[in-house]
Design a protein around this ligand. Structure first.
Ligand SMILES: [Zn+2]
Length: 187
């Protein structure tokens, strides 16, 4: 762990790594504690389990999940204090950051696409949740009757949705900037 990293950086890195530990068979509490330890350096799975007072099998589930996502790697070690080979684990923080930034860029693209396509034209809807939204052309084609339920179609006020998505886009941009700065710090 480079010394230039501050508490905020560590917190952010923890969130990034935990994103890749997410799985229905992973205990989130064990995942958080395991990642906290690994953020401070390489560690043996059994020692992590002992330190956080968890079942070693639960710790391994976290580690395997991270390994599947190429965020954690292990090496076999022979240590005097153990009668059998042990596995020492470490995090690939740069890979975790790169993957996470890519993910957030895709999220941003999606939001921007919604803003420039779907929400940039009049939208028509009948008001029933289960029915689709239509463009002006589509609405005209079916004479402003919902093709699904037959109710009248009305133009939807999308100004709030647009405002919300614009905020989301700004938040993601700010997050990506923070992540990029962190990536530079990691070297
Ligand atoms: Zn309808």
């Amino acid at each position: 762990m480079p010394e230039v990293l501050n508490d905020e950086d560590i917190k952010l890195l923890k969130r990034v790594v935990l994103r890749f530990a997410d799985s229905p068979n992973v205990d989130p509490d064990v995942a958080e504690k395991t990642v906290e330890i690994l953020l401070h350096g390489e560690a043996i799975d059994e020692e992590i389990a002992a330190e956080i007072n968890a079942d070693p099998r639960d710790v391994r589930k976290v580690l395997y999940r991270l390994n599947e996502n190429a965020i954690a790697t292990f090496r076999k070690e022979i240590r005097d204090e153990y009668q059998y080979p042990v596995y020492s684990w470490k995090l690939n923080l740069k890979d975790a950051l790169r993957k996470y930034i890519d993910e957030r860029r895709r999220d941003l693209e999606e939001v921007e696409k919604m803003l420039s396509n779907d929400l940039n034209h009049p939208v028509f809807h009948c008001g029933n949740e289960e029915c689709p939204r239509l463009t002006f052309e589509e609405a005209m084609e079916c004479e402003f009757r919902c093709p699904n339920c037959g109710e009248m179609l009305h133009e939807v006020d999308v100004s709030k949705e647009r405002a919300h998505l614009k905020r989301v886009a700004e938040e993601i941009k700010t997050e990506i900037e923070m992540l990029e700065r962190l990536r530079e710090k990691l070297g």
